[in-house]
Ligand binder design. Structure first.
Ligand SMILES: Cc1ncc(C[n+]2csc(CCOP(=O)(O)OP(=O)(O)O)c2C)c(N)n1
Ligand code: SF4
Length: 250
């Protein structure tokens, strides 16, 4: 009997034991990013901007150059890196606390300037790293450490839909929301990441991929339940799909 090797670790992914919790979406998304980098042959051209949050250690996993930004400042750092090194492929990888709380200003203005960068936004509806506080994307009535009776939208506002907000801007060329709650959607997510990187390689401009993800630990559920909750609670409020595929004509 001959044995066929059907899976190998992408070259762009380091051989490193994961620090992520079981069922965390970050590990899946890192692997997709690494696979896409291999497929596009850009491992040596890529510069990954690490956020503050659980994925701060992305530079321990992705086998490419990287730079760490202060909390929320990844789009500003990515802008600087890309402008100094226009031939590099600059990827800003951020969570919801990073991108949509402390970094909202940087996020909107980098998108509005149409920087030729690719932003991967991991929306797990909570602050993972710091122990599960409410994020801007926390769902209505969702229990977190800072909303023990559920998110009261009258008190703290409604969860922010990042893609819809981005879609009000003229400059972005590509805006899509995907999810990693099942295999079909993991595959779609990979395609979206690829498109965002290809756009940059072709000099098209700013691409934004929001990925609905899981944080079983801070949601207080097992991994399978976490994936089900993404589908049943998050997807209806955060609809999946392409919001923009090319620059809006004005
Ligand atoms: C200016 C600043 N404010 C707050 C913090 C504390 N802090 C570190 S990570 C984090 C939350 C990160 O959550 P998110 O971006 O959603 O990423 P996740 O851990 O869920 O992947 C916070 C509030 C900080 N490091 N710097
Ligand atoms: S706390 Fe949440 S986001 Fe952080 S590693 Fe664990 S599951 Fe992932």
């Amino acid at each position: 009997m001959t044995e066929e090797l059907i899976y190998t670790r992408p070259e762009s992914l380091k051989e490193k034991k994961t620090h992520y919790c079981p069922g965390c979406g970050h590990g899946i998304i890192h692997k997709l990013l690494a696979e896409v980098m291999d497929e596009l042959g850009i491992r040596e051209e890529a510069i990954v901007v690490a956020p503050v949050g659980c994925s701060v250690l992305i530079y321990d996993y992705i086998n490419a150059d990287g730079i760490e930004a202060a909390h929320g400042r990844a789009p500003a750092v990515a802008t600087g890196v890309k402008r100094v090194h226009p031939d590099k492929i600059v990827i800003s990888y951020q969570g919801d606390g990073d991108l949509l709380a402390i970094g909202t200003g940087e996020t909107i203005h980098a998108a509005n300037r149409g920087e030729n960068i690719s932003v991967i936004f991991v929306n797990n509806a909570i602050y993972g790293m710091t122990g599960g506080q409410m994020a801007p994307t926390t769902m209505s009535e969702q229990i977190t450490k800072t909303t023990p009776y559920g998110r009261d939208v009258e008190d703290v506002g409604y969860p922010i839909r990042a893609c819809e907000m981005m879609n009000t801007l003229v400059a972005p060329v590509y805006i899509e929301r995907t999810s990693i709650h099942d295999v079909k959607n993991i595959r779609k997510t990979k395609k979206a990441i690829k498109k965002a990187l290809q756009n940059q390689m072709e000099g098209k401009g700013y691409s934004f991929v929001e990925i609905l993800s899981t944080c079983p630990t801070n949601w207080g559920v097992a991994p399978v339940k976490a994936a089900q909750w993404v589908e049943s609670a998050m997807v209806p409020y955060y609809p999946l799909g392409v919001f923009r595929e090319e620059k809006e004509k004005i």
